[in-house]
Design a protein around this ligand. Structure first.
Ligand code: NAD
Length: 265
């Protein structure tokens, strides 16, 4: 690819945002690393010490379910109290300024909502790890209650309906959430600027959306400190730290928030 497409100046992205009618951000674990939430594939990632249990194993045995909960709570404890970072704040401002109706995230940490974007406008492809739900009736269960229950009984949680209770995330091997996939596709097809932020783009089918946007005529920007498999398709690659690159975005994008707007951070 042309070296000119690899840049380190976030103002180039701000210019593209200013020129576009509808922006769609697609975020991965990299946007949350500055908040203390480890990403999945960086060499020293804590996920390697507590790897997720695949969905079929979770279903197959009580021991696997208990182990899944043990690992989940071990990871949660590592980043308890994490706050949204500069990347989340920049995207929340773009959203509040009307430039970005919704965003797609692979993240499960709930930090986009905490930065001020309403839940309805965050399309979560891999679910949400801040609560649990019943695999049968879909009823919501709070993590605190689940944890206390496991501590008291030594057994994995179950719902009043009899179903298994699982973190509301999408595990490896678990079907993708149909409604979120449809919404993500629709948002991808209506944007004219698609910005991938902090994703290795190795997890499918999530990683198919950037190419769909490109094929549909949108410009594609990748923001990452390292190369990804879609670099050759990008119109602009911003190489560097996400917080540094996105922090000045709204100041240069023509998307300055209204005086009455609540700044998320
Ligand atoms: P990934 O870990 O595979 O890739 C993260 C990418 O972000 C890497 O390419 C890394 O180089 C880059 N990166 C990390 N910090 C950065 C920074 N400060 N500045 C610039 N680049 C940075 O993440 P993924 O592609 O989102 O896939 C991981 C899967 O695991 C997702 O499906 C997600 O559900 C899950 N996950 C979520 C979280 C979270 O919710 N925060 C954390 C870990 C894993």
């Amino acid at each position: 690819m042309a070296a000119g497409r690899i840049q380190t100046d976030g103002r180039l992205l701000a210019d593209m945002v200013a020129q576009s009618a509808e922006v769609l951000a697609f975020t991965g674990a990299g946007i949350s690393t500055e908040c203390g939430v480890p990403d999945f594939r960086s060499p020293d990632s804590a996920w390697k010490r507590h790897p997720p249990i695949p969905f079929d194993a979770f279903l197959a045995s009580q021991d696997a379910r208990l182990e899944a909960w043990r690992r989940k709570f071990a990871m949660d404890d590592l980043y308890a109290g994490a706050q949204p970072g500069r990347g989340h704040a920049a995207l929340a401002r773009l959203h509040a300024a009307g430039k970005m109706p919704a965003l797609i995230t692979q993240n499960i940490d709930g930090l986009h909502q905490r930065s001020g974007i309403a839940d309805a406008n965050v399309i979560e492809l891999h679910g949400n790890g801040t609560y649990a739900h019943c695999l049968d009736c879909g009823g919501r269960h709070e993590l605190q209650t689940v944890r206390a229950g496991i501590g008291a009984t030594g057994a994995p949680p179950s719902c009043a309906c009899g179903g298994m209770v699982k973190s509301a995330t999408v595990s490896f091997g678990q079907p993708m959430p149909r409604a979120a996939m449809l919404r993500a596709r629709s948002a991808t097809l209506s944007c004219d600027l698609f910005i991938v932020i902090g994703s290795s783009l190795l997890v499918q089918p999530a990683a198919s959306f950037p190419l769909l946007a490109k094929e549909n005529g949108a410009r594609l920007v990748l923001v990452n400190r390292e190369a990804t498999p879609l670099d050759a398709a990008a119109d602009l690659i911003l190489r560097g730290d996400i917080g540094d690159l996105l922090d000045p975005l709204w100041r240069h994008s023509g998307s300055r928030p209204q005086a009455s707007e609540k700044t998320p951070l």
